[in-house]
Ligand binder design. Structure first.
Ligand code: NAD
Ligand code: UD1
Length: 348
């Protein structure tokens, strides 16, 4: 019998890649997604690629805060574990609309935890973020580094982690893994699924990709005066397929009877500057990315990269891909889908 996994936010960028890896790994997958930041086409593409495994995927479109819908789902199916991706993730928007972020990310998590508890499903993988390290004084960031929130989005991740820890403290039969992702980029090597942000992308690589396909004239480099090798910010970019595999490793860990509640970084442990990333993308795509040098973006850290030791040691997981593969796959996705999944509803 295959294990059955509920994946919230499974139509989104990281979710769709994880759903595909789960199906290929023999899991049964149930996705709940409101589609407020994604397209159902991602799951259709996942189904095509998963071939014989496709019948093991089912999809329910509703918002996690719709408690009757959630209750109905839990009453009709048994889940061995839940991977919780669903939520809003745009930092700038969270500053403009904080209550929308608290409502979605916090109330959504509470509704999920309550439904899980009510139905005796107590294994959870929660999507946290390296954003909780803020502007780290010491790199690499390890799981014991100080954490803080610099914006409402970051607060929802910090509080989400705390809520999970408190739930575990109140009932030690829970098993919870908090995954702090560094900077997910790239796409499935098939080019069939990838990142398709709505509106103007906040993150570096979706923006670079839109410049490459002619949707935007130039990339603005936010800050050239950092104390880094070339003056631009340094991050730990991780291939989204490696990240997806990290979730399978986390699920394996949850089957350890002595496991409780713990946080793990998912990164490569390597720092790459903005200009290095642009150069790698230009090499992979053969395209020239016009640049506009600008001042620092408020709230940006100088250098952030992960210590990956804990995940390597305890989850037996290590990222396989480097920035050349990330850029190759990002370009493959972009060139095949220049306007994402639904060109006619593009918000350009
Ligand atoms: P995404 O926006 O592509 O996916 C999130 C999905 O959740 C979307 O499909 C959206 O429609 C759905 N959703 C949102 N609110 C919902 C709700 N209330 N009920 C049901 N569905 C809802 O984002 P992603 O990049 O795949 O990120 C997944 C998770 O990882 C998020 O929690 C995000 O905060 C976290 N994360 C992402 C990054 C990143 O750079 N992409 C970095 C660190 C952490
Ligand atoms: C951002 C979020 C962080 C979130 C992470 C992953 C902010 C302040 N932080 O982090 O909370 O967890 O995304 O979703 O938004 N850059 C440019 N030009 C651009 C875009 C980015 O030069 O158009 C630079 C940035 O200054 C940074 C690097 O590229 O140095 C990476 O930026 P980004 O992809 O937005 O990720 P983070 O800043 O790490």
């Amino acid at each position: 019998m295959s294990l059955s996994i509920l994946v919230t936010g499974g139509a989104g960028y990281i979710g769709s890649h994880t759903v595909l890896q789960l199906l290929l790994g023999g899991y049964k997958v149930v996705v709940v997604d409101s589609l407020e930041n994604s397209s159902q086409i991602s799951l259709e593409r996942v189904r095509e690629f998963a071939q014989d495994h496709a019948p093991k995927l089912s999809f329910h479109q509703f918002d996690l805060r719709d408690r009757p819908a959630l209750e109905k789902l839990f009453a009709s199916e048994e889940f061995d574990a839940v991977i919780h991706f669903a939520g809003l993730k745009a930092v700038g928007e969270s500053v403009q609309k904080p209550l929308m972020y608290y409502d979605n990310n916090i109330i959504g998590l509470i509704a999920l935890l309550e439904a899980m508890a009510a139905h005796g499903c107590k294994k959870l993988v929660f999507s946290s973020s390296a954003t909780v390290y803020g502007w780290p004084k010491v790199v690499p960031c390890n799981e014991e580094s100080p954490i803080c929130a610099l914006n409402p989005y970051g607060s929802t991740k910090l509080f989400g982690e705390e809520m999970c820890r408190d739930v575990y403290k109140s009932d030690s039969t829970w098993k919870i893994i908090l995954l702090r992702y560094f900077n997910p980029v790239g796409a499935h090597p098939s080019g069939a699924i990838g990142d398709d942000p709505r509106g103007i992308p906040n993150n570096l690589m979706p923006f670079v990709q839109q410049v490459a396909v002619g949707r935007r004239p130039a990339l603005t480099i936010y800050g050239t005066d950092y104390g880094t090798k070339d003056g631009t910010g340094v991050r730990d970019y991780i291939h989204v397929v490696d990240l997806a595999d990290g979730h399978i490793a986390a699920l394996n860990k949850l089957s350890d009877p002595s496991f409780g509640c713990k946080v793990y970084n998912l990164g490569t442990g390597k720092g790459t500057s903005v200009l290095e990333m642009v150069a790698a993308f230009e090499k992979a795509s053969g395209m020239k990315i016009p640049l506009v040098m600008a001042g620092r973006r408020p709230g940006d850290a100088e250098v952030v990269y992960a210590s990956t030791e804990r995940a390597e040691r305890e989850l037996n997981w290590k990222a396989k891909y480097g920035i050349d593969e990330m850029c190759r796959d990002q370009w493959n996705w972009a060139s095949k889908n220049p306007y994402g999944y639904e060109p006619c509803v593009s918000t350009d």
